[in-house]
Design a protein around this ligand. Structure first.
Ligand code: ADP
Ligand code: MG
Length: 167
């Protein structure tokens, strides 16, 4: 399947995409969020959690590395592995328990856990542009592909504000 591509003009668009992702995401999926510091990964997770019914703050778990959220829509684990020293640390952090097929895991900086982490169902890459962010999502499992198929075309998402779309 071709990558799902979308231009996100502002932080609200990034949040809106996160919400759409939540609506399409079956529980237990592993989603990798790639992109440089400030690319919008946490903003996307914020939208995702809002759509799951979480009403409190969403901050990147920069030091705790894992932040679990028990939402009305199920358990969502937000990981930021930027400061992970070694992929094997994920083992004693109890990461295996989170990969039980029921809890959803949204993982920033998955490259830091390479070698230990399982493959993602969906990988999302965010790239900065002068006028916003370019998003690209690819699936690597049947459930991941179902998720990408569920995402709406651009005009439905944001009134035509997103400039580029290519499935
Ligand atoms: P990351 O988690 O990738 O480090 P953040 O989600 O913390 O990045 O976002 C960094 C900054 O980028 C925030 O100020 C956020 O509002 C902004 N941002 C997010 N999405 C966009 C966008 N589509 N266009 C412009 N700025 C954005
Ligand atoms: Mg972040």
């Amino acid at each position: 399947m071709n990558p799902y591509k979308l231009f996100l003009a502002d932080p609200q668009a990034t949040e809106a995409f996160g919400q759409q992702l939540a609506h399409c995401c079956s529980s237990g999926l592993v989603v990798f969020l790639r992109g440089h510091l400030g690319a919008g990964k946490t903003t996307l997770v914020r939208g995702f959690l809002r759509a799951m019914g979480h009403q409190g703050a969403v901050k990147s778990p920069t030091y705790t590395l894992i932040e679990p959220y028990t939402t009305p829509g199920g358990v969502v684990n937000h990981l930021d592995l930027y400061r992970l020293g070694d992929p094997d640390e994920l083992e004693w952090m109890g990461m295996r328990d989170l990969l039980d097929g029921k809890q959803t895991c949204l993982i920033e900086w998955p490259e830091q856990g390479e070698g230990w982490l399982p493959p993602a169902d969906v990988t999302i890459v965010l790239r900065s542009r002068q006028d916003g962010r370019q998003l690209e999502a690819v699936s690597a499992s049947v459930r991941g592909e179902q998720l990408l198929h569920c995402l709406p075309p651009v005009p439905a998402l944001q009134g035509g504000k997103m400039l580029e779309h290519n499935r």
